[in-house]
Design a protein around this ligand. Structure first.
Ligand SMILES: [Fe+2]
Length: 568
């Protein structure tokens, strides 16, 4: 039985689940080339069906999520959603009354679920699906935090666990605690949208001149450049209170936005970032710690956008009472389509474990790739055995070149994990600045991350019996004697967010093995194959266009080695 999951909000997407496995999952941004796309995911749905060779009429169960008042209003008036997308991403000049827009948004989004909204939302979604050719299907609605919780619970290695979700907001909530036990997922705690630590962080992002729901990672990185100070000196410290498993914001979101602006106006940006990060970490640590104490369960699975913050994850992970940790790799709203599908499949079949890996998107054959490359005279190319490509890429990296590496199925989630990656030497003195300035076009303080061969992880990062996260969801201190070899991939505080590479990606593993031969440890700099602000590339056309735009010389793509004649 197939379940199609869809999500038509921030970072829209589609996912297909069959029996106990995830067949396909991708986000709409890769197809429309608009980062964190909000439109109905026509392209992702079509790609999911095409991958599984299914016709729309063969799908009998479709799941979607989130029927709160604002979401329903946006479904009725898609133009409203589009305008807010452009406003939030700063694609339009700053409108007058932008503070009023924010206050209106915070007021409306905290209304939550109304039965009428659910009916209206379902009828609009069903109509859009019928236009695509779906017929005689049953439409399932999954509450927002239930969808987040399902991704963490059902793809985790745990049979019994606490499942904690914390995000900006969805369906009137900003967080939840559930227990996964005996194949059942049961919620015990809710945090209201008004008391959202995720919204707090979004607001600071906005006030510091960046894009909320997109640039929060920059605030986290910028915080590292402030001089440290104690929580007692943090002017935001009283904004949130955690008592047991309840979390309370001192101010309403609208009033909080106003207060934050007034304080940030007086301070250097990195100091405001530091205060936000420090408060955020403290609130989440206390909340998680109290939840573990209350339910006496030390294995915890996490989802929701706040768990993309690798620095606070690092602090939470150190909690003594926390025994084992799992964070769903696509923890933000981009994972909602899959969460909806998983929860629906679980409710229909009772299944509570699903095979999941990070490589769930589209793939292209060598012939498809060649047909794209041969039509463009700017590129020279030759066929090369993929194993030889791994060796060739490692040689170029050793000479301080960066290379584009495109193989197999596209990664699911925000991180490139060796199928749509830009890779470079981890020990280079200059590659970080070159990539930031000329390829990625990012701000100087944004760090890169390493991919590390599984067998070398213990030689490079400090970790403990709680294990190592494989998918760049956690920061770890880098060992003192590995700092030289990993220097282009570490943050200013000598931590890094590694990908652990093993047999799940044999070709990428081979690259790291070849790198190891020349430098002693299997580690490279790995960043996503895109220009900053654009989604990760989907197909060979996108890859070639990115080569042109960035004047990149070398690319290894599906058994074809490409050289850009105008590359540098
Ligand atoms: Fe969410």
């Amino acid at each position: 039985m197939y379940i199609l999951g869809i999500w038509d909000g921030h970072d829209a997407g589609a996912a297909l689940v069959e029996d106990n496995r995830v067949v396909y999952a991708a986000n709409e941004e890769r197809f429309t080339k608009r980062k964190l796309e909000v439109k109905f995911p026509y392209n992702a749905i079509t790609a999911a069906l095409s991958y599984a060779k299914l016709k729309p009429t063969e799908i009998k169960h479709i799941a979607y999520s989130t029927t709160e008042f604002t979401k329903t209003l946006e479904r009725i008036y898609p133009g409203m959603k589009e305008r807010y997308y452009l406003f939030r991403r700063r694609k339009i000049p700053k409108p007058r009354f932008d503070n009023f827009r924010h206050e209106l948004k915070y007021g409306m989004t905290s209304i939550g679920i109304l039965p009428l909204c659910r009916e209206i939302s379902s009828s609009i979604i069903a109509r859009q699906l019928r236009h695509m050719g779906f017929k005689d299907f049953r439409l399932h609605v999954v509450e927002h935090h239930t969808a987040h919780a399902a991704t963490a619970a059902f793809t985790s290695p745990f049979s019994k666990a606490l499942v904690i979700t914390v995000d900006g907001l969805g369906d009137g909530l900003s967080g939840s605690v559930s227990i996964l036990d005996n194949g059942k997922l049961e919620r015990h705690v809710k945090i209201n949208a008004r008391d959202s630590i995720g919204i707090f962080y979004e607001q600071v992002t906005n006030i510091l001149g960046m894009r909320e729901l997109e640039d929060e990672g920059k605030i986290m990185a910028m915080a590292d450049y402030s001089y440290p100070f104690a929580l007692e000196e943090n002017r935001f410290r009283e904004y949130f209170n955690v008592h047991g498993t309840s979390m309370n914001a001192k101010y309403s979101p609208g009033r909080q936005f106003d207060m934050l602006q007034r304080i940030a106006w007086q301070l250097p940006r990195e100091q405001t970032a530091y205060m936000a990060q420090q408060l955020f970490e403290n609130v989440l640590m206390k909340f998680v710690s109290n939840a573990i104490d209350r339910f006496n369960i030390g294995d915890v699975a996490f989802a929701g956008g706040t768990f993309s913050n690798i620095k606070s994850n690092m602090k939470i992970r150190k909690l003594e009472a926390l025994k084992h940790w799992y964070v769903f790799p696509h923890m933000g709203d981009g994972g909602i389509a899959l969460g909806s599908a998983l929860y629906t499949h679980h409710m229909l079949t009772g299944n509570a474990k699903y095979k999941f890996n990070a490589y769930l998107g589209d793939a292209y054959t060598e012939a498809q790739t060649e047909s794209v490359i041969k039509s463009d005279k700017q590129f020279q190319y030759e066929r090369e055995n993929p194993e030889d490509q791994a060796k060739h890429a490692a040689e170029l990296i050793a000479k301080d070149n960066y290379v584009f590496w495109f193989q197999g199925r596209m990664e699911y989630g925000p991180r490139a994990l060796g199928d749509r990656s830009i890779i470079a030497s981890s020990s280079s003195d200059s590659v970080k600045d070159r990539l930031n300035l000329y390829v990625k076009r990012r701000e100087w303080f944004q760090p890169f991350a390493p991919s590390i061969l599984e067998s070398d992880i213990g030689s490079i990062v400090e970790y403990d019996s709680k294990g190592v996260d494989r998918y760049m969801t956690m920061a770890y201190p880098i060992k003192a004697d590995a700092r030289r070899i990993a220097k282009s991939t570490v943050n200013v505080d000598w931590t890094a967010r590694p990908q652990v590479v093993g047999s799940e990606n044999p070709l990428y593993e081979k690259v790291l093995e070849e790198v190891k031969k020349s430098q002693g440890l299997g580690v490279v700099l790995n960043t996503s194959f895109n220009i900053h602000g654009m989604p990760i590339v989907l197909n060979p056309e996108d890859a070639l266009l990115t080569m042109k735009k960035t004047n990149t010389k070398y690319m290894f793509i599906n058994g074809i080695t490409v050289t850009n004649k105008r590359g540098v």
